[in-house]
Design a protein around this ligand. Sequence first.
Ligand code: AMP
Ligand code: ZN
Ligand code: FE
Ligand code: FE
Length: 273
Amino acid sequence: MEGKADLHMHTTHSDGVYSTTDLVRMANEAGLTIISITDHDNVTAVDEAIEIGKRYGIDVIPGVELSAGVGEKEVHILAYFFDHKNQDLLDHLTFFRIERVKRAERIVEKLNGLNIPLKLDTVLERAGTGSVGRPHIATALYEQGLTDSYNEAFYKYIGYGKPAYERKYQVSPQAAIELISSAGGLSFIAHPGNSIDEAVLLEFINEGVDGIEVIHPSHSPERVMHYSGIVNEYFLLASGGSDFHGGRRNDQDLLGKYYISLDHVQEMRRRLS
Ligand code: AMP
Ligand code: ZN
Ligand code: FE
Ligand code: FE
């Protein structure tokens, strides 16, 4: 089957810069025919995306990106094809988003303790009704003239291990996988090349994860080969996408470049039935 599927992108419903409408239009312009919007801890973009997708003949798969904790590390889990009206899932997502606000508050307190006069309201304004994340804090810091750049906010203050870093609430991989599968969905280990060692990968496989995000901008061709091998070895599914957020990340040209074939999506559907 001809066509490109990008199953990883973010809108203003989390830390992306573009609205759902704009993102679906951009996906169409980039030649994508299947997409999944995977906002962090939020599925409020899904219905709108499905509607707008119809205008362009783009198939929109319900998606979300969760954060799980493995020891000190944070591992992202992508979920697809779940019932995005599932009440238990929605309740969990609401809880995760509230925890994100509390964590933003802790980060702002730490920043204030470092004599950086950032206000929580300024951060929450940036996030609007979407889930708040560190990119909103970095943007607020930069726009208030409290850092010289967006990236400086991370390497000076809020990046992992920096003085204003705070963990967010993290479920166990097991709980996340269970939550998704109860809602009828498939779960994937997101961008493992960023931080995940082989032992953690195997732990996820043992917990019943359905697949691995093989294609991601952070993965070298060697990594892609490596994860494809693991997918085949353990009879898993392969996913992939651009992780497009827009804005200061200069990732505009990633849309249409990081994708999986429609056959891969077909295989996911087969696994569901
Ligand atoms: P959060 O979900 O609030 O932990 O925010 C995570 C987001 O912040 C991710 O989408 C990352 O792309 C971004 N991020 C994390 N660390 C850095 C960093 N050192 N520099 C730039 N962006 C980062
Ligand atoms: Zn993000
Ligand atoms: Fe992620
Ligand atoms: Fe992402």
